[in-house]
Design a protein around this ligand. Structure first.
Ligand code: KG4
Ligand code: ZN
Length: 392
């Protein structure tokens, strides 16, 4: 993956992510001839499905053009992370306002880089939940406006289903069924992906999500926001066995997670050290905390594969870029003859290419949303009841 980065005047980072095999050629005589022969620009054949995808559920404004669910023609992310860092977390009002400012530019760049126009697009897809309501509404309104103006079909995508589908982009051989561990800022789910768009949740967090625990502990030990990547980096310098933090087991639901006890235990150690006038080694706390989280995540995921009889395991969501998680999961998968799939880190964070991947399989099933589509901030994973049906 190559990332072109540009920091804009307001601190927002504009990124264009290109895969190694991506065709980045500008329109040329060859493309024009292909179009004249019945193919659209961007190398689009008659059977191909090209989707413009939009994502704005948190603090990334993103747009992408994806062909046939797995070929990313363009992937644009406008990241506001630096703006929120000064407040120690995402400020929803700022996020929504920046989405309004940046989204059109992202969409324009995505179409240009993919070498397609709105006419070549077969559908417009957008994340409609879960997420921050004001942030989601920007993407949803944008997608509805494009669908209305062009007459193209509209497809709503669940953000987490998007994260799971990020695995399809670089792993052309990956097909359901498989087990997926979804770990992001708002979710910790262990899911069986039974088919495209069909999910069975077998475990979830009882309290904090994994990413939330990383963010809270990072703040407590003075690393600041965004916590996950900072703990990941600090942990590389620390001793993972310096502290023995609890790994919660939930008796009646063996695949569920709980991270609040672990977080309290870190806070206790910090307070104790303060009272005794001792200096804690930040990297040791980070490494020990990360080890406790990662061992639980990996343990549950491997156990689920073995007990449910699956030999394919994927990871998804922001925390899936954690190097400790990737390392231990790889080792345990190897030891248990399980094939391990993970997206490149840049496809683990919020992006629109993953939304385009998920939308393709919905499109093939004939799913179409109406212009009554709304943002659903607490949309449950796998919920097919709340679809906003076309023509309703
Ligand atoms: O998927 P994501 O970008 O947004 C949500 O859908 O929530 O996930 C963001 C979360 C944050 O909590 C962030 O701290 C965490 O993912 N994260 C990480 C790492 N990179 C991001 N956690 C641990 N290690 C990382 N390297
Ligand atoms: Zn996310």
């Amino acid at each position: 993956m190559n990332i072109d980065k540009n920091v804009e005047e307001d601190g927002v980072i504009f990124m264009s992510i290109k895969g190694d095999e991506q065709n980045t050629k500008a329109p040329d005589a060859e493309a024009r001839k292909a179009a004249a022969d019945g193919e659209a620009s961007g190398g689009k054949g008659k059977e191909d499905v090209v989707i413009l995808a939009i994502e704005s559920s948190c603090d990334e404004s993103a747009a992408a053009v994806v062909k046939n669910g797995r070929e990313v023609l363009s992937n644009i992310i406008s990241s506001q992370i630096a703006l929120h860092t000064i407040y120690g977390g995402v400020v929803p009002e700022i996020a929504s306002r920046k989405h309004v400012e940046k989204m059109n530019g992202c969409i324009r760049a995505a179409l240009t880089e993919a070498n397609v126009t709105l006419e070549d697009i077969d559908a417009v897809a957008v994340t409609y939940g879960p997420g921050l309501v004001g942030a989601l509404l920007v993407g949803v309104s944008e997608a509805k406006a494009i669908a209305f103006a062009t007459g193209k079909p509209l497809i709503g995508v669940h953000h987490i289903e998007g994260h799971i589908s990020a695995n399809f982009i670089e792993n052309k051989d990956l097909e359901p069924p498989f087990v997926c561990l979804v770990v992001s800022g708002g979710h910790s789910h262990l899911v069986v992906v039974k088919d495209y768009g069909e999910y069975e949740i077998i475990g979830q967090t009882r309290d904090d999500a994994a990413g939330e625990a990383f963010d809270k502990v990072a703040r407590a030990i003075g690393l600041g926001y965004p916590g996950g990547p900072k703990i990941d980096k600090a942990a590389r310098e620390g001793n993972p066995n310096a502290f023995s933090f609890p790994q919660a087991k939930i008796g009646d639901a063996e695949y569920d997670f709980s991270f609040s006890g672990l977080k309290s235990s870190v806070l206790n150690i910090i307070n104790q050290a303060k009272m005794q006038g001792q200096e804690l080694v930040q990297a040791d706390v980070a490494a020990s905390f990360q080890k406790a989280v990662v061992e639980v995540l990996v343990g549950h995921a491997i156990k689920a594969c073995k007990e449910y009889g699956y030999d394919k395991l994927a990871i998804a969501g922001g925390v899936a870029s954690n190097s400790g998680l990737r390392e231990l999961m790889e080792k345990e998968c190897k030891a248990n003859n399980i094939k391990f799939y993970r997206p490149s880190p840049v496809l683990c964070t919020d992006n629109a290419a993953m939304i385009g991947a998920a939308a393709y399989y919905e499109y093939k099933k004939g799913v179409r949303f109406g212009l009554d589509m709304n943002a659903v901030p607490n949309l449950p994973l796998g919920d097919r009841e709340r679809r906003f049906h076309a023509g309703k």
